[in-house]
Design a protein around this ligand. Structure first.
Ligand code: HEM
Length: 288
């Protein structure tokens, strides 16, 4: 274990060194940095303690990469299973970003503002509905540090392990109604068709209480931006319509064997070849 941690730490320290060098070089040459990522933002804030930076980067990678990537895989799977929903979200994206089906990817990406994202209620609800059914962290275990009593009077002892099951909770009819197994984003709307949050103790995808996911809103933003660009540009179809998609039991909920999307040919030829291929490969690489 110690050896593995060392390998991971060294990998991250190398990234920090490279970025620091890159930044001081671009400052010397008085060039404006074109790529601004999270690490460079911390460095710009003069946060340069390598251990502090290493811990930040590892939290982002470990807590943030697989969770959002697997949620997006399941979300695009749902989009393939529900083509009308997919079309509806694409329409919402075009409306919110004031683009049309002939806009380029760059035009679309440049028009994704916070205000535009806030208008995408259907996309927000669909990602949340995905997370209800396909929780990125399906089972979450804890270890009791001291004796304690649950609100219902159940006692636990120091050293006991306690596990809650977001996967099961997301599908319980007593919580979500008789259609709990159905993918129905509308369940998240209030009477004005606006997205309505649920209690985190009922919708437990991000956990609840003081140790709730630190980056819940950030994760939504990331997933919404990514989905906006893809659904505003392409239509997705399953590579094999008859395939039985199953999950793989891991810490995070991956699609077993990954997932290959097909772009209908009229969509794929709308842009110059390299751009289309690049998009295809990105989807394949990120989520397999
Ligand atoms: C769909 C995306 C995500 C889901 C479903 C998710 C879910 C969760 C859950 C269930 C926990 C509690 C784990 C536990 O204590 O047992 C957690 C904690 C955490 N998450 Fe997320 N997460 C997501 C994305 C992210 C992203 C993108 C980041 C960072 C960029 C992040 C950073 C963290 C951190 C730092 C914690 C630890 C908080 C603490 O212990 O106080 N998460 N997340």
């Amino acid at each position: 274990m110690k050896k593995c941690i060392k390998v991971v730490d060294e990998f991250v320290y190398k990234i920090i060194r490279n970025k620091t060098e890159q930044m001081s070089k671009s400052r010397d040459e008085s060039r404006v940095m074109k790529k601004s990522d999270i690490l460079s933002r911390f460095l710009e804030m003069k946060k340069t303690d390598p251990k502090y930076l290493k811990d930040i980067i590892l939290s982002f990678i470990i807590a943030g990469k697989d969770t959002t990537a697997s949620t997006l895989s399941w979300f695009f799977y749902m989009m393939c299973k529900h083509p009308l929903l997919q079309e509806r979200i694409a329409e919402e994206v075009r409306k919110a970003t004031r683009t049309n089906e002939y806009s380029s990817i760059d035009e679309l990406a440049n028009s994704i503002t916070d205000a535009a994202l806030d208008k995408m209620q259907y996309l927000h609800a669909s990602l949340t509905e995905t997370l209800r059914l396909y929780l990125a962290i399906p089972v979450d275990g804890k270890l009791c540090l001291s004796d304690d009593t649950f609100p219902d009077g159940f006692r636990v002892r120091k050293g006991d392990s306690v596990t809650y099951q977001p996967w099961a909770m997301g599908r319980m009819k007593s919580l979500w109604g008789d259609d709990a197994e159905d993918f129905r984003p509308e369940r998240w709307f209030d009477e004005n068709d606006c997205f309505q949050q649920e209690s985190p103790f009922k919708f437990t995808a991000f956990q609840a209480g003081p140790r709730i996911c630190l980056a819940k809103e950030f994760a939504y933003r990331q997933m919404m931006i990514f989905s906006t660009v893809l659904l505003g540009t392409f239509r997705f179809k399953m590579g094999d319509e008859h395939r039985r998609v199953k999950y793989r039991t891991m810490l995070t909920l991956h699609i077993d064997g990954g997932f290959i999307f097909l772009l209908p040919i009229d969509q794929a030829t709308r842009f110059r070849r390299p751009r289309t291929i690049e998009m295809d490969v990105v989807v394949f690489c990120l989520y397999v």
